[in-house]
Design a protein around this ligand. Structure first.
Ligand code: OGA
Ligand code: MN
Length: 287
């Protein structure tokens, strides 16, 4: 039996976990404890977890079925042997730092917009697990915003207005917002848009959450500009500093976040510096 020791990192969410070695197999008891901690804190930070690919995937699978994100569509070759491993790095297949104007950097840059992983597909992502390998000396932090606290802080009238509204989410919208046009109609067709209610009840905590972010293109049934403005206003509200935890990475940090409860974004850094992280993702099998 492994015991989790939790130290809160922020007044409303996020905690550091001590007492766990993730290289060891995760049994059902530990997985259940982690899920309970995730339901409460929504972001968990594990320090000094130097995992190899197989150890990270084994831990990921212990938490649920693996989400493949955009890997299916982009069909890019990868530096990794594990099929579900996503390269969150500014380097090419030979581990050379990408040129500033390389189109492959767009994914990393789009990660700097507030988003929920895989919100553009059904099922979307439950947990993301991001492991830091090599970091720039400055910048490149990751921020998380608590969408439960953000919902709780909305005025009653706004909550009323949001009831029954859904937003459409598209796989390429965050990239398109940054001026990227590299997708063929076939690429776009592989990921049809998906509509999600803007307010959802988290199945684990039963708390209401705002489900928005850079993949949301518009509000279903509303004129697009009006819907985009409402989404922008909600995002501005939801990402006030009182709802945000900023994680400053150290090599060997593994951070898990609940995409149903938080938004996240990377922060700017000097792209000529190496930044290498590795993400695996658990699918939201509940919906
Ligand atoms: C991700 C992501 C942000 C970052 O891995 O899903 O959005 O800081 N990362 O790299
Ligand atoms: Mn992400």
């Amino acid at each position: 039996m492994q015991t989790l020791t939790l130290s809160p990192l922020h007044p409303v969410f996020a905690a550091e976990v001590q007492g766990i070695d993730l290289r060891q197999p995760t049994d059902a008891d530990l997985a259940a404890k982690i899920e309970a901690a995730m339901d409460e804190f929504a972001v968990l930070v594990f320090r000094d977890q130097v995992l190899d690919e197989s150890q990270q995937m084994a831990f990921t699978r212990a938490l649920g079925p693996v989400d493949m994100g955009l890997l299916k569509v982009l069909q890019r070759r990868s530096r990794f042997k594990e099929a579900g491993m996503i390269d969150i790095s500014n380097v090419d297949l030979e581990s050379q730092i990408l040129e500033r104007d390389d189109p492959r950097l767009i994914t990393m840059l789009a990660n700097q917009l507030w988003h929920s992983d895989s919100s553009f597909k059904q099922p979307s992502a439950k947990y993301s697990l991001l492991l830091a390998c090599i970091l720039p000396e400055q910048g490149g932090e990751t921020e998380f915003a608590d969408m439960r606290a953000a919902y709780d802080a909305l005025p009653d009238e706004v909550r009323g207005e949001l009831e029954g509204l859904a937003a459409e989410h598209s796989a390429f919208h965050s990239r398109i917002q940054l001026g990227d046009r590299q997708y063929t109609p076939e690429d776009l067709a592989k990921y049809p848009t998906v509509a999600w209610p803007i307010v959802r009840t988290h199945p684990g905590s039963r708390r209401k959450t705002l489900f928005i972010g850079a993949h949301a293109t518009h509000i279903v049934g509303w004129p697009v500009p009006e819907g985009r403005l409402l989404l922008a206003e909600l995002l501005e509200h939801a990402t006030q500093s009182r709802f945000v935890y900023r994680h400053t990475w150290r090599p060997g940090d593994l951070v898990i976040w609940d995409n149903r409860a938080v938004l996240h974004r990377g922060r700017r850094y000097d792209l000529s510096r190496r930044r290498e992280l590795r993400r695996s993702t658990v699918e939201d099998a509940q919906v």
